[in-house]
Design a protein around this ligand. Structure first.
Ligand SMILES: [Zn+2]
Length: 311
């Protein structure tokens, strides 16, 4: 398994998470990936999939082995960080997004000439490349979209149910075991926290810090955009309030990425059909006329799970 890959269009190594982000947000799909150190062709797994229940995307040497002493990874000088989740997951599954950050400038496929493959590689040259990459520090898997973080969170919960079915876990311990794993998965929001603390029901509202709220509700249209309702109320200092998510139409313009336009179309259709939805939104709710309102400031920070038919 490789930490980074490059394409024939660009020498800039990117992680599998970054390529997934480009796909989800911009619909950018690459066909060929290469090892940034020894130049062999890599196979991309789980990057170009739609929907949830997926593990972390990753690259692997499928058609030939890495060459010149390369193992697909940079050489790091710092000690590796031990995570609780290590005990439960295999190597590639451990690579979860560890930071939600603001989006970088739009990354467009460059039409420049195709990168020429190095012909005179040697063990020494490959070693130097890996060491140079490692000196930049251990990569933090960043995402600019909320969706991959939600997918990872949900897949850890789904895994818990599976472990109970397979008699690996006792059903009574499922919740505590799952929250224990999530607590061992660091994530950088505005502050350093972990997955279990980052995800909130409005019942455990945090007035001061940005958190990822999740719940069920419906979509309503208001003159300037959409409002998402919440089945659960907000609880703040012992008081109960209505909780809502507000999305202004002004977030959309002619330069909006396709994922944003698609999200607005979906919201309009959910509103019209009175579809029950599951929503995830990142932000800090504030009190507006006796209602706790989470204002969506960036559509990358809103994820609506496609509704499914109950059997
Ligand atoms: Zn390699």
């Amino acid at each position: 398994m490789s930490d980074y890959a490059i394409t024939e269009y660009d020498d800039q190594p990117m992680s599998a998470w970054e390529f997934r982000y480009l796909y989800l947000r911009e619909g950018v799909e690459y066909e060929n990936f290469f090892c940034p150190y020894c130049d062999i062709k890599l196979c991309a797994y789980l990057i170009y999939v739609d929907g949830e229940g997926v593990r972390s995307p990753y690259f692997s040497a499928r058609w030939e082995r890495h060459k010149f002493g390369c193992d697909g990874k940079a050489i790091y000088v710092d000690a590796s960080v031990k995570k609780v989740a290590t005990a439960y997951y295999g190597t590639h599954e451990l690579d979860f997004p560890e930071a939600l950050t603001a989006r970088p400038p739009t990354h467009k496929i460059k039409t420049k000439t195709i990168k020429s493959q190095s012909l005179n590689l040697s063990n020494a040259e490959v070693f130097e490349r890996r060491k140079k990459a490692g000196l930049l520090g251990r990569p933090v898997s960043k995402t600019y979209l909320l969706q991959p973080i939600v997918e990872m969170y949900n897949s850890v919960w789904a895994d818990g149910y599976k472990k109970v079915d397979e008699n690996v876990w006792n059903a009574n311990n499922r919740v505590s075991m799952t929250t224990n794993i999530l607590s061992g998965m660091p994530i950088l929001l505005e502050d350093k926290t972990e997955y279990n603390e980052a995800f909130r029901s409005p019942l455990f509202l945090d007035k001061y810090r940005c958190r990822i709220y999740h719940g069920h509700g419906f979509v309503h249209v208001f003159p300037n955009g959409f409002i998402l309702t919440s089945e659960k109320s907000a609880r703040v200092e012992g008081q109960t309030y209505t909780f809502k998510i507000k999305i202004y139409e002004a977030l959309i313009n002619n330069d909006s990425p396709m994922s944003h336009l698609a999200l607005f179309e979906a919201l309009a259709s959910y509103a019209m059909n009175k579809t029950a939805i599951r929503w995830y939104a990142y932000g800090t709710p504030s009190l507006v006329e006796d209602i706790y309102e989470l204002l969506v400031i960036n559509l990358d920070y809103l994820y609506i799970k496609k509704p499914f038919q109950k059997k």
